[in-house]
Design a protein around this ligand. Structure first.
Ligand SMILES: Nc1nc(=O)c2c([nH]1)NC[C@@H]1CN(c3ccc(C(=O)N[C@@H](CCC(=O)O)C(=O)O)cc3)C=[N+]21
Length: 290
């Protein structure tokens, strides 16, 4: 291995500490804590673990966590009614409905019901539109966390060749929009792309979000590339990313591990978005850019 490790876990801990430092000033100005509501439908064990650690980290940052656990057979109308109540609740600054939802629920119907001003996941079409047009809004947590790691590592990204692997609304598409806004030359590749190694050979930055364990091979990479692995794949061998870590680490300049890379950034950025939402919703200016 010659690549440097990008320690997302440590970066996320630092970001959470900077967020926690800002909370007392908000409390003093607004007379309340920033509040995050997390809604979990059903009993998916992985989702339950995430929701628990989100709640713990929210409280550790000095914010209020409102957790709503609903049974798997909750009717869509009941979930929408809960979202409406959270939209109207002045103690709630951010609303996160944990995905995936049970099959009988139309995900888009629920996500579009969340007020764009409380949409700390950045999944509402209004916020997706703001991102691509360069307006202020909420940016999805995972791609924003990836961007923070890239800028921390590389400084100005202007002019760099970036390849984003995956075209989901949650990671690939917003990641491509963020890198475009930072003046990278962005190529978005996906499952139908022919000759993927052709594109990767030129990439200074690779963001892999395909959901296939060990997919990206080291010999596809440009030597010295910065590799961000968004994959969280549960295998018999444990949690593994979308990048074949051992072969990639011998070619890349730097690379995120799984676990300990992008995952912890997702939760830290969620808290960051909640703090920003609280300031906007309360009309209190943020003291520092975080
Ligand atoms: N509305 C919504 N928003 C989300 O942001 C959202 C979601 N739904 N559904 C599920 C995915 C997944 N997700 C992760 C968060 C943290 C880690 C994380 O901290 N991972 C640790 C390890 C965790 C472990 O060991 O299982 C790591 O990579 O080091 C991973 C994945 C947020 N998601």
């Amino acid at each position: 291995m010659s690549a440097e490790l990008i320690d997302g876990k440590a970066f996320a801990a630092g970001l959470r500490a900077r967020i926690a430092e800002q909370v007392p000033a908000f409390r003093a100005a607004a007379g309340r804590a920033p509040g995050l509501a997390v809604v979990l439908v059903g009993e998916d064990p992985a989702s339950a673990v995430y929701v628990r650690s989100k709640g713990r980290m929210t409280r550790e940052a000095g914010m209020e966590s409102f957790e709503h656990k609903l049974p798997a057979d909750t009717p869509q109308d009941d979930l929408v009614a809960l979202v409406d109540r959270l939209n109207a609740d002045p103690a709630v600054d951010g609303i996160l409905v944990q995905l995936p939802l049970p099959r009988h629920i139309d995900e888009q119907a629920v996500l579009t019901r969340i007020s764009p001003d409380k949409d700390v996941d950045g999944f509402h079409p209004v916020n997706a539109g703001r991102l691509v047009t360069g307006l202020e809004g909420f940016v999805p947590c995972t791609p924003l966390g990836c961007l923070m790691l890239l800028e921390d590592r590389l400084g100005d990204l202007s002019g760099l060749d970036a390849v984003v692997i995956g075209r989901s609304n949650i990671v690939g598409k917003p990641m491509a929009a963020l890198l475009t806004a930072k003046s990278c030359t962005v190529t978005l590749v996906h499952s139908r792309t022919r000759n993927l190694p052709h594109y990767l050979a030129h990439a200074d930055i690779v963001v892999a979000a395909v959901g296939r364990p060990h997919f990206v091979q080291g010999d596809w990479l440009k030597p010295g590339a910065t590799v961000i692995d968004v994959g969280i794949n549960r295998t018999d061998a444990g949690l593994v990313g979308d990048v074949d870590f051992d072969s990639a680490a011998s070619v890349a300049g730097s690379i995120t591990p799984v676990p300990g890379g992008v995952g912890p950034m997702t939760i830290a950025v969620l808290l960051r978005n909640t703090l920003v939402a609280a300031h906007r919703n309360a009309g209190v200016p943020l003291a520092a850019d975080i």
